[in-house]
Design a protein around this ligand. Structure first.
Ligand SMILES: Cc1cc2nc3c(=O)[nH]c(=O)nc-3n(C[C@H](O)[C@H](O)[C@H](O)COP(=O)(O)OP(=O)(O)OC[C@H]3O[C@@H](n4cnc5c(N)ncnc54)[C@H](O)[C@@H]3O)c2cc1C
Length: 201
């Protein structure tokens, strides 16, 4: 009797951050047949879920980094270092400059969220988007270094889970350096609107 051939698919993951790191971990824990390739500009990617802990002062910046080489080996996925510049949907290939085209049957793209920075006067000079994470972490470190004791006002724009977590983390950090933080969270709608009543309070 001939056994059916396994269905082999080329799966290409563009971006090795939060979303795909979790997917690779699941694949490693429950292997599936197929060819897996991850494409990311660098061999590590910071894990956003730990950003509030870093802002609060619980973790150093390098503790946030996911080692994509090790994770790839664990999940039996090949890692290609580079930034994807396009997809050729005709030939079903992913384009990375300086590399041969990478064939795909399924291509998943998760290359970060981008903040919708409002075009308000002063916004570009005084506000910092939480993502990309490195810019935010670096500006926060500068702010904490320059801060002295006494009252400090911090405004967080966006009252979702991420914004509230960051507000609490910043408040904690500023208290640990002897400042008296005055925190405000601004949202066009209700703060933590997506959560149930018990989690909100
Ligand atoms: C403070 C805060 C806390 C959060 N906490 C959580 C949480 O606990 N749980 C949760 O589910 N979500 C959380 N989120 C939301 C979450 O961070 C985002 O939804 C998530 O980061 C998006 O995943 P991603 O993999 O697309 O992006 P990222 O994790 O940012 O990774 C994107 C990757 O793509 C790479 N990349 C960029 N351009 C290219 C390119 N052209 N080619 C190849 N690679 C490229 C980058 O180098 C990077 O490694 C939080 C967000 C914030 C702001």
């Amino acid at each position: 009797m001939q056994l059916p051939l396994p269905l082999i698919k080329n799966v290409v993951l563009v971006g090795g951050g939060h979303a795909h790191a979790l997917l690779l971990k699941k694949w490693a824990m429950k292997p599936v047949v197929g060819v897996r390739v991850g494409v990311n500009p660098s061999p590590t990617a910071p894990y956003t879920g730990m950003l509030p802990g870093h802002i609060a002062g619980h973790y150093d910046r390098d503790e946030l980094d996911i080692d994509l080489v090790r994770l790839g080996q664990f999940a039996d996925a090949r890692l290609v270092l580079g930034a994807v510049t396009g997809l050729d949907r005709q030939s079903k290939t992913v384009i990375v400059p300086g590399r041969p085209p990478i064939p795909y049957d399924v291509c998943s793209i998760n290359v970060d969220i981008t903040s919708m920075m409002p075009g308000l006067p002063g916004f570009a000079e005084h506000a910092v988007a939480a993502k990309p994470l490195d810019g935010f972490a670096a500006r926060w470190a500068e702010f904490v270094d320059q801060a002295s004791g006494g009252p400090l006002s911090v405004v967080v724009i966006g009252g979702g889970v991420g914004g509230c977590e960051l507000a609490l983390a910043m408040q904690h950090r500023l208290r640990t350096i002897g400042a008296t933080p005055n925190m405000a969270i601004v949202d066009a709608n209700e703060i933590l609107a997506e959560l149930g009543e018990r989690s909100r309070t």
